[in-house]
Design a protein around this ligand. Structure first.
Ligand SMILES: [Zn+2]
Length: 317
């Protein structure tokens, strides 16, 4: 702003010399001119003016772009060469383990491959939508290869390096109860999350978007559930019967450990149930028979919701 005031002042002074009011006070103008020459030689001043305008002209849009730019980081859950636990880390609280391979009829599906496939589609959809609407929303994946399995610290370091506005970890669920269908979206609990209300709102919007998208593929009359909760609600037990937090918690823990991500929305989305004995037909339709259509629909819906949420966050800042 300091640079802008000088050219403005200069332009006013030049205009003064050309109008009728200026001509009436030639003497005054001459004095002003002499004073100006003494304080700021005119040729230099003009150059300063032009350079300042050029800088202002270039700097303003750049500054605007910088402020409007949002970065969505997508974390394709799991990964690694082996189908068994391939943690990428020996620390229990920091590993992204089993790939949750499932057998749907005679088709073998693996969570680590599906999360990567959907994440890439979401990224492509974000790029396309962002370009269409002239928005500046970028996207980065925490892994791009089947056999990669970065631990949670590495995944969150990628998010921090990218200056994430929003981080979403993509997963597929498993369960054997009546409500084992539809999306589940988690966010960090109040104890470690100063933005609980904001994150809950974003998680709900996202889960509802996914549920509605899946609804188009359901049998008539089928009621799909969507659920949202903070990770306090979830406690797993390990092989020794000891209570442990599920992966969402570990991811959130590593996100909170990274100072750059402390104020960033980090979500853990189970898009739907990959393994569900009660809904085998449904799983087959979503993950085998109509997979191409379903995945594209999920990708477009999730991309749209993420862009709108990231953009809304920007307005509030
Ligand atoms: Zn998972």
């Amino acid at each position: 702003m300091e640079g802008a005031s000088q050219p403005g002042h200069d332009r006013k002074t030049e205009g003064f010399g050309k109008d009728a009011f200026g001509r009436t006070f030639v003497g005054l103008q001459t004095i002003a001119s002499i004073m100006q020459r003494l304080m700021l030689p005119r040729p230099v001043n003009r150059r300063v003016f032009l350079v300042s305008m050029a800088v202002a002209g270039l700097a303003l849009p750049l500054e605007g772009q910088e402020a409007a730019k949002r970065m969505i980081v997508i974390d394709p859950g799991h990964g690694g060469k082996n189908d068994e636990a391939d943690s990428g880390s020996t620390a229990a609280e920091n590993r992204s383990d089993a790939n949750h391979a499932a057998l749907i009829g005679d088709a073998s599906v693996k969570e680590r491959l599906l999360t990567l496939e959907l994440s890439k589609k979401i990224a492509a959809s974000i790029a396309a939508k962002s370009k269409e609407n002239g928005q500046t929303v970028d996207c980065v994946l925490t892994r791009t290869q089947d056999d990669q399995n970065p631990d949670f610290t590495q995944r969150m370091a990628t998010a921090a390096e990218a200056h994430a506005s929003l981080v979403i970890s993509i997963h597929f669920n498993s369960g054997e109860v009546r409500s084992s269908n539809g999306p589940v979206c988690m966010y960090p609990r109040a104890a470690v999350n100063p933005h609980l209300e904001r994150d809950e709102k974003v998680a709900k919007a996202l889960a509802e978007t996914v549920r509605k998208t899946t609804l188009a593929f359901e049998e008539p009359g089928f009621t799909t559930h969507s659920a949202c909760f903070d990770d306090q609600d979830l406690v797993d037990r390990n092989e020794h019967g000891k209570q442990v937090r599920p992966h969402g918690s570990y991811l959130f823990y590593q996100a909170r450990n990274n100072p750059t991500l402390r104020d960033v929305t980090v979500l853990y989305l189970e898009v739907d149930y990959l393994q569900s004995k009660l809904y085998q037909e449904r799983s087959r339709k979503l993950f085998v028979d109509r997979k191409a259509e379903v995945f594209q629909a999920w990708a477009d819906a999730i991309a749209g919701e993420l862009i709108s949420q990231a953009t809304a966050m920007e307005k509030k800042e």
